[in-house]
Design a protein around this ligand. Structure first.
Ligand code: ADP
Ligand code: MG
Length: 275
């Protein structure tokens, strides 16, 4: 495995939410509190998931860590300092990719470095290396419209990794993919993430995905004003083989434990009671 580009011994979390509440002041029918009193932290080399029913505030939490949304109360810390503005030490992988259709794969990947450094030849060299690492050697000159959904996801991954982030932020990044492609991508992202030493915050409604990937899982309660309803450690060894992990008894055990918490919140969301 390659040397991590980050030191993994720093005790300061790469991101920390301290008692954060988000209220949207004007929703057309008054103010709406999406999440309340959320505290969590992400350490280097750890992958933390937040799971919760639809509308429970998962994206709201990620957007706070990204610096796209300021908490109405509480504070966000990045590498020990209070976050002001965008979190520039983080890389993002969103549900929808944001590739520029008029740029070739290599130019889309180089874009995030161009903004930072301006040495275009060097950016392109690194972009080609990252395209190779995400399995897209030979596709450098293609435009997004000439690539499959899975290949565009790979470009988005290369765009994220090329900036060597301290923290990767993922908001349901695999939900638009078919089940097999998703599994392969999850395995690849785990490998790249582990060799990076970065921290990771992963948002999903899919508990299987959360258990397979995470070290720690937080469950959000149903909204409005969602709080953290539970916190679970995932005691599965790394590296993990995602193609077979679901057969392990330890997997079933932790899955069932988290599900008993999440299930209640999902039922609450739809106004139903547990059977
Ligand atoms: P999730 O990602 O868990 O599905 P979100 O974080 O996107 O949920 O949203 C949480 C809640 O906050 C939802 O009820 C949503 O409608 C509301 N919400 C999100 N963004 C805004 C906004 N900009 N203005 C008002 N309400 C919002
Ligand atoms: Mg969301």
């Amino acid at each position: 495995m390659a040397e991590p580009y980050l030191s993994t011994d720093a005790a300061v979390p790469v991101a920390r939410l301290d008692d954060c509440t988000v209220t949207f002041p004007d929703t057309g029918s008054g103010a709406y509190t999406a999440v309340r009193n959320i505290s969590l932290s992400v350490q280097r080399g750890k992958l933390i998931s937040v799971v919760g029913p639809t509308g429970s505030g998962k994206s709201t939490i990620l957007n706070m860590v990204a610096g796209l949304l300021r908490p109405s109360a509480g504070a966000v810390y990045v590498n020990g300092s209070r976050l002001q503005g965008l979190n520039r030490s983080a890389g993002y992988l969103f549900q929808q990719d944001t590739l520029l259709p008029w740029r070739k794969a290599v130019d889309n990947v180089a874009l995030s470095l161009d903004y930072r450094r301006g040495d275009k030849a060097e950016s392109r060299k690194q972009a080609r290396e990252w395209l190779k690492k995400v399995g897209l050697a030979g596709f450098e000159e293609r435009y997004p419209a000439q690539l499959s959904g899975g290949q565009r996801r790979r470009i988005a991954m290369a765009q994220m990794w090329i900036t060597e982030p301290d923290l990767i932020l993922m908001d349901e990044p695999f939900s638009s993919l078919d089940a097999q492609t998703r599994l392969i991508m999850q395995q690849e992202i785990l490998q790249l993430w582990q060799s990076s030493g970065a921290g990771a915050l992963f948002i999903t409604h899919d508990l299987d995905e959360a258990v397979s990937l995470s070290d720690e899982i937080f469950v959000l309660s149903s909204g409005p004003a969602s709080t953290l309803a539970g916190r679970f450690d995932v005691p599965l060894e790394r590296p993990r083989d995602l193609l077979d992990i679901k057969r392990l008894p330890e997997y079933q055990e932790i899955y069932d434990e988290v599900w008993s918490c999440l299930k209640q919140e999902v039922l609450n969301t739809y106004g139903l009671k547990s059977a």
